[in-house]
Design a protein around this ligand. Structure first.
Ligand code: FES
Ligand SMILES: [Fe+2]
Length: 427
């Protein structure tokens, strides 16, 4: 049975006004109700059923190399502390005190054997175990069982240095979760001896729902023609008179797990068989690509020609919710360790300038859609995803997944909505 058929047969959950959630996605006409952008009940379901169940990247091992190192990150709207424990393992701890709920760690990064809650002073070690509290015998008696009050912990898995965490007890193992996208993931991170993260993430808050950013990044090449025209005039996007020279012919890859990849450096020539296969053989060699791991982690990669080879730069980040109408973009700059001296400074300035100029349009469009989706009539309108390329894997394609080639259509964005509905309708 197709995924659409499977989803059509599902009934729950039912929203408080009696609307089945499933009715907000029109599976026959490929339309999505704008209500999904502002409804607080849907937001709650997303936190419980998507962000809690997914594997979410929370950092890179190079950010916490020494015992005691820690960084603070967020899974959905749950703050976590990612630590290197005394045994050299990695722990991901919910940054919520078991006593009365204050965040026990209030800084972005550092090195600490213990975390002392600022409220009443309970002390946890960096594996999350409760170690003690001020005047604990006076307060709790001498038989206080501290083992019951450790910080909640997420499951942790790493792949090629990237740290993933999940609070879902039944989330499948990471490799299974990544599915065919794991092969591409290994190309980005395995193609270099090592990657280094350049400083802490840059975060910004925008008045938009997170899904507006996620579904666009999943594959909406079409919008760049209009929304990003000023970036094109400034030379940050390809110029030309036809789809090919404008960079609107791509290879996109989708997987059943909801992950995707857009190789915007791969021209339609490849599909037509005009280009050398070797030229495009591995994602690590592509000039530019964007990968998105469901629900909303993106990897934007740029291979920059430098003297004697190629240096790799990656912007890795996540879109995450902050309430129904808040989007936090958290972006890390990552560099291949084989890059020449001075490359880090170069990409810091080029990366942020390019991001600022190209993304300016997006950060205008998303809040605009968000504002109107709360209107009594606006909420009844739908977002349209009704043009598809269909699968067309070129002969000799080196990787797994479903390949969509040609003009940038809605295949991957629609796959995002199917996966979203599948998560939300799974008890
Ligand atoms: S809330 Fe943390 S010690 Fe009381
Ligand atoms: Fe954009």
């Amino acid at each position: 049975m197709s995924i659409e058929g499977k989803l059509a047969a599902r009934v729950g959950p039912i929203l408080s006004d009696g609307t089945p959630l499933r009715d907000l996605i029109d599976l026959d006409n490929h339309e999505v109700s704008m209500r999904v952008m502002y409804d607080p009940e849907i937001h709650r379901l997303e936190l419980d059923r998507i962000f809690t169940r997914a594997w979410i990247p929370v950092g890179h091992e190079s950010e916490i190399p020494e015992v005691g190192d820690f960084i603070t990150r967020t899974i959905g709207e749950d703050p976590v502390i990612v630590t290197r424990t005394r045994d050299g393992d990695i722990a991901v701890l919910l940054n919520v005190c078991k006593h009365r709920g204050m965040e026990v760690c209030r800084t972005d990064a550092g090195n600490a054997e213990t975390f002392k809650c600022p409220y009443h002073g309970w002390v946890y070690d960096n594996s999350g175990r409760l170690r003690g509290a001020p005047f604990e015998q006076d307060m709790y008696g001498k038989d206080w069982d501290k083992s019951r009050f450790g910080l909640a912990q997420a499951r942790v898995a790493t792949r090629l240095g990237v740290i993933f965490a999940s609070f879902g007890p039944n989330t499948p193992p990471l490799d299974e979760y990544l599915g065919p996208m794991g092969w591409y993931f290994d190309q980005f991170f395995g193609g270099q001896p090592e990657f280094t993260v350049l400083g802490p993430p840059l975060e910004e808050l925008t008045p938009s729902n997170w899904k507006l950013a996620a579904e666009q990044t999943m594959g909406d090449g079409y919008h760049q023609l209009t929304l990003h025209e000023s970036a094109r005039q400034l030379g940050f996007l390809p110029a030309g008179d036809d789809a090919r020279s404008l960079g609107l012919d791509h290879i996109k890859i989708g997987t059943p797990e909801g992950h995707c990849l857009i190789g915007s450096g791969i021209s339609f020539d490849y599909v037509q068989g005009d280009a050398e296969l070797a030229e495009y053989q591995l994602p690590a060699d592509w000039m530019q690509f964007i990968a998105v791991l469901f629900p909303a982690t993106y990897l934007m990669c740029l291979a920059v020609p430098v003297e004697g080879g190629t240096a790799h730069h990656m912007s890795s980040g996540s879109y995450r919710p902050s309430g129904t109408g808040g989007l936090i973009t958290s972006n890390l700059q990552v560099m291949g360790n084989n890059a020449p001296d001075g490359f880090a400074e170069q990409i810091r300035s080029i990366g942020s300038a390019g991001f600022g100029i190209v993304a300016a349009g997006d950060y205008d469009a998303w809040p605009s859609i968000q504002r109107v989706s709360g209107g009594a009539i606006g909420q009844t309108q739908t977002l349209k995803y009704n043009t598809f390329s269909g699968p067309s894997t070129p002969e000799g394609w080196p990787g797994p997944g479903t390949v969509y080639a040609g003009f940038s259509r809605d295949d991957n964005q629609w796959n995002f909505w199917l996966r979203w509905l599948e998560y939300l309708t799974t008890e």
